[in-house]
Design a binder for this molecule. Structure first.
Ligand SMILES: [Fe+2]
Ligand SMILES: [Fe+2]
Length: 268
């Protein structure tokens, strides 16, 4: 994994968030839209404000792996960027005259779920939230007429797309060590968790979505497209890696077709 690329990316990008100037125009949205947006964005703000303690603890366990050298530093910077999102969203909630949350049920489930298995699962649950965030901020940027909400949503959308690429790089490194059957199993549970999350979020944020003329079903359909897009890119990389491993094997002195016939996968 090219962790130096991500270290450079986060170092440059997070500073932009801290310095981001927001329009000073007061909120002029109709009352029902303002109230629904403030409540919904406050929930996302709480989700972004996680300190990353457990994630950093997990990353320490793989810090010695050669292909993930520098990952721990990249994760520290990634967590700092998520906290800069929390700060931007807090400014947005204040602009919308909303109230910041200390606790919310979907956020509590997410935090519990993330700590269930291991680092890969923690990243996967985080990734699920980021796929949902991509749809959510994309819709806010497109459908909300408030300039502050638009400015923040566009910036967060760009950042979350970067986060998706960062998580994809990491998962590629980990999944390529699994057998094809285990990769399929991983895909199945990832898809199931993503579908369940999209259903819960589309229901929990239905007032906000409807105030932007989006049905919960439309939100779920967009979330499924984002998941398909992410997963097909990841699988393309895994296939390319597998065929490259086969080519390297074929060019190894002493390799013969008959010996390859006994192999189920070149990836260990
Ligand atoms: Fe974020
Ligand atoms: Fe993110």
């Amino acid at each position: 994994m090219n962790t130096q690329h991500w270290i450079n990316h986060f170092e440059a990008n997070t500073r932009l968030n801290r310095e981001l100037q927001l329009p000073e125009t007061p909120c002029a949205l109709p009352e029902n839209v303002r109230a629904a947006l403030a409540c919904s964005i406050a929930t996302f703000q709480l989700g972004e404000s996680d300190g990353g303690t457990r994630l950093r603890r997990y990353t320490r366990s793989i810090a010695s792996l050669e292909n993930l050298r520098g990952y721990q530093r990249a994760v520290d910077l990634f967590v700092a960027e998520e906290q800069s999102h929390a700060a931007l969203l807090a400014r947005t909630v204040t602009h919308l005259r909303g109230t910041l949350l200390q606790k919310q049920w979907t956020n509590s489930i997410f935090r519990w779920l993330r700590d269930l298995v291991n680092l890969e699962f923690n990243i996967q649950v985080l990734l699920t939230a980021e796929l949902i965030a991509e749809v959510y901020f994309g819709l806010l940027a497109l459908r909300c007429s408030d300039p502050v909400v638009q400015t923040v949503a566009k910036k967060l959308l760009r950042d979350e797309m970067g986060h998706l690429a960062f998580q994809r790089d990491f998962l590629f490194e980990r999944l390529k060590t699994l057998t094809p059957a285990m990769q399929r199993l991983w895909r199945w549970q990832f898809q199931a968790i993503h579908l369940a999350t999209a259903a819960v979020v589309s229901w929990d944020h239905r007032d906000c979505l409807r105030s932007l003329n989006i049905t919960p079903a439309d939100f779920r359909a967009r979330a499924i497209r984002c998941w398909d897009n992410f997963q097909s890119r990841l699988e393309r990389r895994l296939r390319e890696s597998e065929s490259q491993a086969l080519q390297e094997l074929a060019s190894t002195p002493g390799y013969s077709r008959s010996s390859s016939a006994t192999m189920q996968s070149p990836v260990r």
